[in-house]
Design a protein around this ligand. Structure first.
Ligand code: ATP
Length: 239
């Protein structure tokens, strides 16, 4: 399997602390990898470095075989992300937001693409609603729909289902996984919902105090640590 992402010795230091501490990991085509860890472990910091939103203090990131720092714009063309803290402009309607982002991304057949995403992410009835007037779950759906506008091959999801009810969360998990598997894309997915991680992840990377302390399939990790499920394993590793 070809690699989509390769992070080597990725480190982020702030004045008094090291948020991410020399971590190295890969994502192959078609892989869904869970980035787990307690609050403050360094998950969001890692994702923000992969998106080039913050500069690593040390380390190297390759996406589709290209160095991110040398070739930021080109490398990020087939990358997208969704996170609760990345709210879309509140004054635009749902449709306007998708339209603006599709123009920014240079999407071909953008009207058709937007209609498909509105349907898939169950946003048709909200198309003319101001984004600021959406519920938090509806905003989450819009953020995920936006993340598919550029047909990403690498998707970075930071707690994407945190505000969703169980039924819509289930629909979106399935949809997101199917869409990415169909194009052999990769997802790096953070969540504090261990059942969700068991359902979607091919592999787990467990961070603690900025370091990778465990990495494997859920099954192998459970066997190695003799834990019944991922929740038990998390509580054990997080101690
Ligand atoms: P959570 O599960 O709570 O979302 P996380 O694993 O995403 O946590 P990060 O947001 O990556 O954690 O934060 C890692 C550590 O880096 C935390 O201790 C945080 O306080 C610290 N940190 C993050 N940004 C900064 C900053 N700009 N300046 C100083 N410290 C920071």
């Amino acid at each position: 399997m070809a690699l989509i992402l390769k992070a080597q010795n990725l480190t982020k230091r702030y004045k008094r602390m090291t948020a991410v501490d020399h971590i190295s990991f890969d994502l192959a085509e078609g892989e869904i990898v869970g980035l787990l860890g307690p609050n403050g472990a360094g998950k969001t910091t890692t994702i923000q470095m992969l998106l080039s939103l913050i500069e690593p203090s040390e380390g190297h990131i390759e996406i589709f075989g290209e160095g991110l720092s040398a070739n930021r714009e080109k490398t990020l063309e087939k990358v997208n992300f969704a996170a609760p803290y990345a709210a879309l402009p509140y004054n635009l309607t749902v449709y306007e937001n998708l339209n603006v982002f599709s123009l920014l991304y240079g999407v071909r057949d953008r009207r058709e693409k937007i209609e498909t995403l509105l349907r898939e992410f169950r946003l048709v009835e909200f198309r003319n609603q101001r984004t600021g007037a959406l519920s938090s779950g509806e905003q989450t759906r819009l953020g995920l729909a936006k993340a598919f506008l550029n047909d990403p091959k690498l998707l970075l999801l930071d707690e994407p289902t945190a505000s969703l009810d169980p039924a819509i969360a289930q629909h979106l998990r399935t949809l997101v996984c199917q869409k990415m598997k169909a194009v052999h894309g990769a997802i790096l997915w953070t969540s504090h919902n261990m059942r969700e991680m068991e359902m979607v992840c091919d592999r787990i990377i467990f961070l603690s105090l900025g370091k990778i302390i465990a990495e494997d399939t859920v099954r192998n990790l459970q066997d190695r640590y003799k834990k019944r499920d991922l929740e038990e394993l998390f509580i054990f590793l997080a101690q």
